[in-house]
Design a protein around this ligand. Sequence first.
Ligand code: ACO
Length: 401
Amino acid sequence: GIDISKLRSDTGLITLDIGYKNTGSTISNITYLDGDKGELFYRGYPIEQLAEKSNFTEVMYLLLNGELPNKEQFNHFEREIKKQNWVSEEMRRLLEVFPRSAHPMGVLSSLTSALTAFNPKAVNIESHDDVEKASELLIARFAILCAWTYRNMNGYPLIKGNNKLNYVENFYNMMFRMPNEELEVDPVLINALDKILILHADHEQNCSASTVRMVGSARAGLFASISAGVSALWGPLHGGANQAVIEMLEQIVADGGNVQKYVDMAKSKDSSFRLMGFGHRVYRNFDPRGKIIKKVMDEVLDDLDVHDEILETALKLEEIALKDEYFIERKLYPNVDFYSGIIYRAMGIPTEMFTVLFALGRLPGWIAQWTEHRLHEDPIGRPRQVYQGAVKRDFVEMENR
Ligand code: ACO
């Protein structure tokens, strides 16, 4: 706790809100969410309608431009992204020097930052047109970098983009197709991936979006700011939770599969253990994305007919926690990461790649947040603090310490 009597008088009037639980950092027109009602809208459109009727490319356009595109605008946007559907030889070489054991989020963050070096024109953003060009370039290259990070990690040859495919199919193709092979694309899986990307596309002032805005507020470039967002997303309390979910499930299975024991541990005040994939800073009700993704999970598990102890443990955990008084009282529901982790595992995607897929989905949100900050000409982000360290004292020579 804070010892009020020790607060220094020269701090002036400072609002102390550690973790920004009730502090708005900006005015925004992008995403609305009501954590009590469990509502989420992008540019006014409910997430349920977007997940059902739209597609990821259209949602990217919506987030970046504020309105749904007409046919011509959609085709133009898609065409411009496809024009950028390649990466330079230097970027490829850079990727290949990372050890296979490197965490793909670290690789992705580095490569995103490196885009700055290889695309100097996209760095000097002055006009709306410059933002559009840099965004299209980043959207196209990011998908390649995400897919190639996966391939490099597995030692697979890198596959170029295919402009006959849409954005999500192209990404899937670059991830999974082997050279000289046709990839049979399962529409259930493409539909699931498309929906997951839509659900992750923005989430107002979350940790990584705030990071992107904060870095951008110093007038740092788009690619550098997004690279910082990737690093923020990596953390297990944020986007890294989907990886942490599977790691927790693996631990439960290795420990004999006693789910109740882990639920009890999460409830105990003597333990710092938390059920990964449960709870959310803002949703004190069911995460609306959780409802949609749960349906997607059922479709994928049916389609693939997988039998996996980890997935069965996940379903058992969900069932037990949803009926447990501790979780009900605190309104701790499975969040979107709980289900996305299960779906990715069923699709055969390695655990370390889960957060990369989250990043791919969140990219348009980050770009929209960065752009909005610029458009509104918000000032540099620079929070204050309440100092509680040592009071003024004189330096002590080393021999006297
Ligand atoms: N397991 C067990 N207990 C929990 C959990 C959990 N996953 N989450 C919160 N609680 C308990 C806390 O111990 C606290 O209990 P108390 O009131 O008895 O002290 C109460 O619920 C409130 O928790 P807070 O820590 O105040 O919630 P906060 O908003 O700070 O944290 C967070 C939210 C970080 C998401 C937290 O719920 C958590 O750590 N969850 C697990 C990690 C996770 O899934 N993260 C993904 C977030 S979603 C995303 O990034 C897309």
